[in-house]
Write a protein that binds this ligand. Structure first.
Ligand SMILES: [Mn+2]
Length: 307
């Protein structure tokens, strides 16, 4: 298939109307024009280095999201039904991880050109690169806020640059990267981050810093893309990830960060990645779905009071 034909298949309209829409029927936008948010489910895990299965993440999040209340008690906001457009799962390109990143970028460009807020659900973390590329092409001076247990700053991994382990190294070429919650990093990555002045807020340091969220937000420029690898959370509360790391952040401290970023900066896109569902334990699916909902509530409460 030629590149042109490939792109043809990525027109956004036919992708609207997923069998499972985020938040259920009451939250779904009737069409793309009336939507404010595009949920992009991408069921892909190819370069995951340990436990595969994040390809099942997006559908598990959508399923769980159908059970969520569409009223947010924290902000006293009703989530209006018009807001959320859920796209069908993005078709996987089995050619190469790089081709899949290009496919995500191409779709994200269309979403942004429609004036929609893109929220990708993954799927492996490498895909965030496509979203960040599309966003950076349209907006100067983009800040990238990475929440992750792993630095993902390797130059190459297992013979390729297009790997989860290198995703944020590649992304850093498109904006100012700030990493939060890291507790797994190689000596080479550590050196590279220092030499290139990439601020990393290690999980172990955050324990002793009561208002770390304010410091992180102060480092961000006016426009922020947020990429969340779910392994940033303590695996005690989020065990369903491919490469869990002990320690990590808590639910409320991450919400504090997201609330503050959305209040003081313009969040221009986001992703929630690496859910690797555990059959028989649905709590992580609900965790990820609720995180997506809270992120949307925070991002949109400033504009008109409702989604
Ligand atoms: Mn990670």
């Amino acid at each position: 298939m030629s590149a042109a034909q490939n792109n043809e298949r990525l027109s956004v309209e036919p992708l609207m109307g997923a069998a499972l829409s985020f938040g259920g029927r009451d939250a779904a936008a009737p069409d793309l024009e009336s939507a404010q948010v595009a949920i992009i489910p991408v069921p892909y895990d190819s370069t995951t280095t340990y436990l595969p299965g994040t390809r099942h993440g997006p559908i598990a999040i959508l399923r769980a999201s159908q059970q969520l209340e569409l009223f947010d008690e924290e902000t006293s906001q009703e989530i209006l039904p018009k807001g959320i457009g859920t796209l069908e799962e993005l078709e996987v390109d089995v050619g190469s991880p790089r081709a899949m990143v290009d496919r995500v970028r191409s779709l994200a460009e269309k979403i942004l050109d429609y004036g929609l807020f893109p929220l990708m659900l993954g799927g492996e973390h490498l895909l965030s690169l496509g979203m960040i590329q599309a966003t950076a092409e349209r907006l100067d001076d983009l800040s990238i806020l990475q929440l992750d247990a792993h630095a993902d700053l390797r130059e190459t991994y297992q013979g390729t640059r297009f790997s989860n382990a290198c995703a944020m190294r590649l992304a850093s070429g498109h904006g100012n990267l700030i990493s939060v919650g890291v507790r797994s990093i190689s000596a080479e990555e550590h050196r590279w981050a220092r030499d290139h002045r990439v601020p990393i807020y290690y999980a172990t340091d955050l324990r002793e810093q009561p208002n770390w969220q304010e410091e992180v937000v102060a480092r961000l420029g006016p426009r922020v893309y947020i990429t969340i690898d779910l392994d940033v959370f303590d695996p005690a509360i989020m065990p369903a990830v491919g490469t869990p790391e002990p320690g990590g952040l808590g639910w409320y401290e991450v919400l504090d960060l997201l609330r503050l970023v959305s209040r003081d900066r313009r969040v221009v896109g986001a992703d929630i990645m690496e859910l690797c569902p555990h059959p028989g334990n649905i709590a992580p699916d609900f965790f990820a779905a609720k995180l997506a909902l809270k992120l949307l509530v925070y991002c949109f409460q400033q504009t008109d009071g409702q989604l």
